[in-house]
Design a protein around this ligand. Structure first.
Ligand SMILES: Cc1cc2nc3c(=O)[nH]c(=O)nc-3n(C[C@H](O)[C@H](O)[C@H](O)COP(=O)(O)O)c2cc1C
Length: 149
């Protein structure tokens, strides 16, 4: 079973709620999953989890929610090599935003890839235009992602 660190970015609460559900689900599967309210590099990355899960909505124009920006900036500035750390990205967005659809998740996926992380499966994009039930998309994705760890 894996030690999985989960971080979330959320403005109105949907991504936060989803992150809580995904963390509980991972725990139910026997993993040691920890959800970080105020993620910092030392706690999330340098503590060397077995995997990292990023759950974020998108705000502004493809932007990362304020609560997750400090973690993203710290990661970008410190640029710690992740040496194949398995990761996953779940992004909430709205396809009516066009080019910036799920931009926050894309920024994380690009950075984690540049740092040498290993995307266990393709990032999941949950479209608020298509569903009012993010869990309906995310739980099957999580099953596959966690099974591949
Ligand atoms: C002001 C505002 C800006 C947004 N900008 C984007 C965007 O650029 N791209 C996108 O895919 N979704 C965008 N969204 C949609 C949100 O990401 C989506 O509604 C999400 O489910 C909100 O999750 P949250 O409750 O965790 O904040 C935006 C929503 C708002 C209200």
């Amino acid at each position: 079973m894996a030690r999985i660190h989960v971080v979330f970015g959320s403005v109105y609460g949907a991504a936060e709620q989803l992150a809580q559900t995904l963390t509980q689900t991972l725990t139910g599967k026997g993993h040691q999953a920890v959800l970080f309210d105020n993620p910092d590099l030392a706690g999330v990355i340098q503590d060397r989890p077995d995997a990292l899960l990023v759950v974020t909505s998108t705000t502004g124009q493809g932007d990362i929610p304020d609560n997750l920006v400090p973690f993203f900036v710290a990661l970008k500035d410190a640029f710690p090599m992740l040496n194949g750390l398995p990761y996953g990205v779940v992004t909430l967005g709205d396809s009516s935003y066009g080019d910036t659809y799920c931009g926050a998740g894309e920024q994380f996926d690009t950075l984690l890839d540049e740092l040498g992380g290993h995307a266990v499966s393709a990032p999941l994009k949950v479209d608020a235009c298509e569903t009012l039930d993010p869990e309906g998309d995310a739980l099957p994705w999580l099953d596959n992602w966690s099974a591949a760890l």
